[in-house]
Design a protein around this ligand. Structure first.
Ligand SMILES: Cc1cc2nc3c(=O)[nH]c(=O)nc-3n(C[C@H](O)[C@H](O)[C@H](O)COP(=O)(O)O)c2cc1C
Length: 381
């Protein structure tokens, strides 16, 4: 451990209008507990996030901006009045426990399956190129999430593409109406905005394809529209430089692409940039040239995510490569992660088998270190 050094993770931080009591962010994690036909969060969703309210900031799992944006079975949306009312119960529960939370908004694009679309429609993409990867479709009999190959997408027309940014903005306005403290635009992991960026997966001939500026247009139009709707400082954007998840290809020019995006997002004045490292390698290196460059070009808040433990987090904070550190899987099984890290208590192991399964087990039944074990199905508040 870093000896007598200040433990920066447990120091406060000001993020726009928000005062975070610590630098620990709960990373966005889809948990597939919001069944159709409403795809609205439930009382259990509210309990899950409220249990984790001691995080400096919670980022929800991906929330679909439209029915077309859905990519996984039993995941929530924010495009109906019913969903908006249900999210209000979640934000109230987190705020009552003294927490802060932002809604991660996504359009899954081609990382999707026809069974998650009400009319069985095919997913959409920048181009009609199928993702050679898996998603969670809905089993027609049980309604449960089942692992399935992604369906072949159809390419969005230019007019349809131009409607995506306003849809993000509308969902962002609903998020604020529902009490969220901000939104995070999912620009990472091979979903729609990321697919447009990728030259191998975007064969478009219109002004959303071709040059770097054209390929990044949809992401930057989206962040600008969302910033105009709710105020730039309440907007974050998540990127995964060097990411290959969901059948992406390595960006051929990451040292050009990501600095371009960081610079443009900085110009728009958005509140934070969230960098996700899918293989937990470069993001831990204080002298990684790309990380240094992005830090320089985006001088406001930088969140780093991917394989962090306390020691790595402290190293990054002391090197000032990031301002906030996001933890994903440790939060699944440690609702009191902040306290456990602070008290140096051991972390409870998570069970990947219940990441995406219906029900309370593996969702709201992991106890805090100081609690007696919760019984699955009767989780206490
Ligand atoms: C169950 C699960 C669901 C996830 N869902 C999302 C998601 O909805 N949006 C997103 O941006 N990342 C998602 N991720 C990625 C995490 O945010 C994070 O980047 C990843 O878990 C690496 O961080 P960690 O090593 O601290 O777990 C998910 C990860 C897990 C384990």
């Amino acid at each position: 451990m870093p000896g007598m050094r200040t433990r920066l993770l447990f120091t406060p931080y000001t993020l726009g209008q928000l005062s975070l009591p610590n630098r620990v962010v709960m990373a966005p994690m889809t948990r597939s507990r919001e069944p159709g036909p409403s795809y609205a969060p439930t009382a259990m969703t509210a309990e899950y996030y409220a249990q984790r309210a001691s995080a400096g900031l919670i980022v929800t799992g991906g929330i679909a901006i439209s029915p077309q944006a859905r990519g996984y079975c039993n995941t929530p949306g924010l495009y109906t009045d019913e969903q908006e009312r249900a999210w209000r119960r979640v934000t109230d529960a987190v705020h009552r426990r003294g927490g802060r939370l932002v809604a991660q908004l996504w359009h899954c694009g081609r990382v999707s399956h026809e069974s998650v679309h009400p009319d069985g429609a095919p997913p959409v993409g920048a181009s009609a190129l199928r993702a050679e990867s898996k998603t969670l479709g809905c089993d027609a009999q049980t309604g449960q999430a089942v692992v399935v190959p992604c369906s072949p997408p159809r390419a969005l027309s230019t007019e349809e593409t131009a409607r995506i940014a306003p849809e993000f903005a509308a969902a962002a306005a609903r998020a604020i109406a529902a009490g969220f403290d901000g939104v995070e635009i999912h620009g990472a992991d091979g979903y729609l905005l990321d697919q447009f960026r990728c030259p191998y997966l975007n064969h478009r001939l219109d002004h959303y394809g071709g040059s770097l500026e054209n390929r990044c247009r949809l992401l930057l139009e989206t962040s600008a529209a969302v910033a105009a709707a709710i105020g730039a400082q309440r907007v974050g954007v998540r990127l995964s430089p060097l990411g290959i998840a969901n059948d992406m290809r390595l960006d051929p020019e990451p040292d050009t692409t990501y600095p371009y995006l960081a610079r443009e997002l900085d110009r728009q004045g958005i509140g934070y940039l969230h960098l996700s490292d899918q293989d937990s390698s470069w993001i831990h290196r204080a002298h990684d040239p790309l990380l240094q460059r992005l830090r320089h070009l985006f001088p406001r808040t930088l969140i780093l995510c991917g394989g962090f433990d306390e020691e790595r987090a402290e190293r990054a904070l002391h090197a000032h490569t990031g301002d906030l550190i996001a933890f994903g899987r440790p939060f699944v099984s440690n609702p009191d992660l902040v306290e456990r890290l602070h008290e140096r208590r051991p972390l409870a192991p998570y069970d990947p088998r219940t990441f995406y399964r219906d029900g309370a087990t593996g969702y709201v039944d992991y106890p805090a270190a100081t609690e007696t074990p919760r019984v699955a199905g009767v989780a206490r508040s």
